[in-house]
Design a binder for this molecule. Structure first.
Ligand code: GLU
Length: 545
């Protein structure tokens, strides 16, 4: 029996590997163009770290006029959920992560498909057969039990765990012995026949981590599983070769698999792509740094940002700062440029983990929201509210112009107010502007709490307030009125002679502010009053009294 016949007996395929090699042409791209991919399992869950990796892969492709594609890695069928793929695509699209090629909501785009691994079974098998023919792979009949026994023995003797050397029990079976076992009905998987030496190290250059030395792989890893599907390692090599990926950009949990991957590319006769292993986003937990965890940290899920109403743009700006710390400086120096013009550089990416910094994210978000027009803030808040706070959405819809005016207070000016960090916090900041919501639990009166004095101030204030006054006139009138009641009209006067006055203009206006809004801190009072109008002001003052 020759090895080709042997391979045919082991794996049944429609086509051979040469057919597939010829099926996918070289891409016609510039030398520097990067072909990158995002390759999730269809779990429906997008981790912040995955969004970060996808963003880097997309940006690298875009800025080099390359191609960014989506491949679905569903060879571990246990991890798939229904609609997992469309959920991932929609979630990413919300963050402006879009693909040039691959799986999409309406079928597949591109000439290198199928882009769903479970639909590529024949392809993997064809390449596994190539390895079998070249005596670089073989069938393994070891049962679960015998593998378990070996593992226990390795643990007991403090040996490396795995299927290698003496423990690679099926690697020396002859073709005839293997065929005999198959005829006896024994089940098998396909393993790589590794010639690597674990004591031998090889040099490798990662685009982000730089030069490193790793031990060769000596494990006869599984390449085709008992369900006929490939393992991650084998699928990675076959797919990234056929799809002409130039840069494999992925989380650094895969770094330890590089020896296996380098070996697979070599055995398969493929050109090795470049690797860029991204350091994780971490969190401090009891004094130790660890990766953001899907189970423990709500902020690991990108849905968290959506639910809170942190604008996707802000999240992306934050992630870009994590990716290249010089991005922030660039942004402040290039305010009128599109952030797409910033060139991301592997060499500037962090080599170790980056601590997740919520305060920084909030700062970026506040800055970003402060640059938006009032109507944009209105639209975004409404969009958020429609999904997460329907009552508030109804109010916003009912009072569209009024709400937009509220958002316009201290906005669209040179130094805009930076108070909104996320849309989920908007109601909390402006509720008092809506009569429907204005049911204060408490009034944050500060220095002046005497009821008679409060009444006195408010009565006097109402008597001088005229809706037609401009801001200066209004303020002068208020100062006059404060003086009349024994408050210093100027802060300076009060500071020089505190005993001479009941208090200052600030104390006086706080009474007005708190009476109208219940809050001691609000945006510009003059604007608030203009929006409330005299009737509602009177009503609110009556409420206090
Ligand atoms: N499917 C792998 C994962 O979920 C992809 C890793 C890669 O990008 O190669 O992590």
């Amino acid at each position: 029996m020759d090895r080709k016949e042997f391979a045919d007996r082991l794996l049944d395929t429609k086509y051979d590997y040469e057919y597939y090699e010829n099926l996918y042409p070289e891409r016609k791209l510039d030398d520097k163009a990067m072909v990158t991919r995002y390759a999730p399992s269809p779990t429906g869950f997008v981790h912040l770290g995955a969004l970060y990796a996808a963003f880097i892969a997309m940006k690298m492709a875009n800025q080099s006029n390359g191609v960014f594609f989506l491949r679905i890695e569903d060879t571990d069928q246990k991890r798939s959920i229904e609609n997992g793929v469309s959920k991932i695509i929609t979630d990413l699209a919300n963050f402006d992560i879009t693909f040039d090629e691959g799986v999409s909501l309406d079928g597949e785009k591109g000439n290198y498909g199928p882009y769903i691994q479970s639909e590529r079974e024949d392809i993997y098998k064809a390449f596994a057969k190539k390895l079998i023919m070249e005596d670089k792979a073989y069938p393994c009949f070891c049962s679960e039990e015998s593998l378990k026994e070996d593992r226990e023995r390795q643990e007991k003797h403090k040996e490396r765990i795995g299927y290698y050397g003496y423990y690679a029990r099926c690697r020396n079976l002859s073709m005839e012995e293997a065929i005999q076992k198959i005829e006896n009905g024994e089940k098998y998987i396909i393993r790589l026949k590794s010639k690597g030496d674990f004591n031998h190290r090889f040099k490798f250059k990662d685009e982000i981590k730089g030069k490193m030395e790793l031990p060769e792989n000596d494990q006869d890893i599984v390449i085709i599983k008992s369900d006929g599907l490939p393992t991650y390692h084998f699928a990675h090599a076959v797919d990234d070769h056929l799809m002409k990926t130039t840069h494999v950009i992925r989380g650094d949990e895969w770094l330890s698999s590089v020896p296996v991957h380098v070996q697979l590319f070599e055995y398969l006769g493929f050109k090795l792509p470049k690797y860029a292993h991204i350091s994780p986003i971490t969190i401090e937990d009891n004094g130790t740094k660890r990766k953001l965890s899907k189970r423990k940290d709500p902020e690991a899920a990108i849905s968290y940002y959506h639910e809170k109403g942190i604008p996707n743009k802000a999240v992306m700006l934050y992630l870009e700062t994590v990716a290249n710390s010089n991005f922030e400086m660039w942004m402040s120096q290039n305010k009128d440029k599109d952030v797409k013009e910033f060139v991301l550089d592997f060499k500037k990416m962090p080599v170790g983990g980056s601590l997740f910094d919520y305060d920084k994210l909030m700062n970026i978000s506040k800055n970003y929201i402060s640059t938006l027009k009032a109507l944009e803030v209105y639209d975004m808040t409404l969009k958020w509210a429609r999904q997460y706070d329907n009552d508030f959405a109804l109010l916003l819809e009912k009072y569209k112009d009024y709400s937009t005016y509220i958002f316009n207070i201290e906005r669209e000016q040179k130094k805009p107010r930076k108070d909104i960090g996320y849309f989920g916090d908007v109601k909390n900041q402006i509720w008092y502007m809506y009569d429907e919501l204005f049911k204060p639990q408490e009034y944050e009166f500060q220095k002046i709490t005497d009821k008679k004095e409060i009444k006195n101030i408010l009565d006097t204030y109402l008597s001088i307030y005229s809706a037609g006054d401009d801001k200066d006139t209004w303020f002068n009138k208020m100062k006059e009125c404060a003086s009349k009641l024994g408050y210093a009209g100027e802060m300076r006067e009060y500071k020089e002679n505190p005993d001479k006055y009941k208090g200052s203009i600030a104390d006086f206006s706080t009474v007005v502010r708190v009476s109208l809004t219940s809050k001691a801190n609000t945006p510009d009072l003059f604007e608030i009053m203009r929006l409330l109008g005299i009737d509602r002001m009177k009503e609110r003052i009556k409420m206090v009294l």
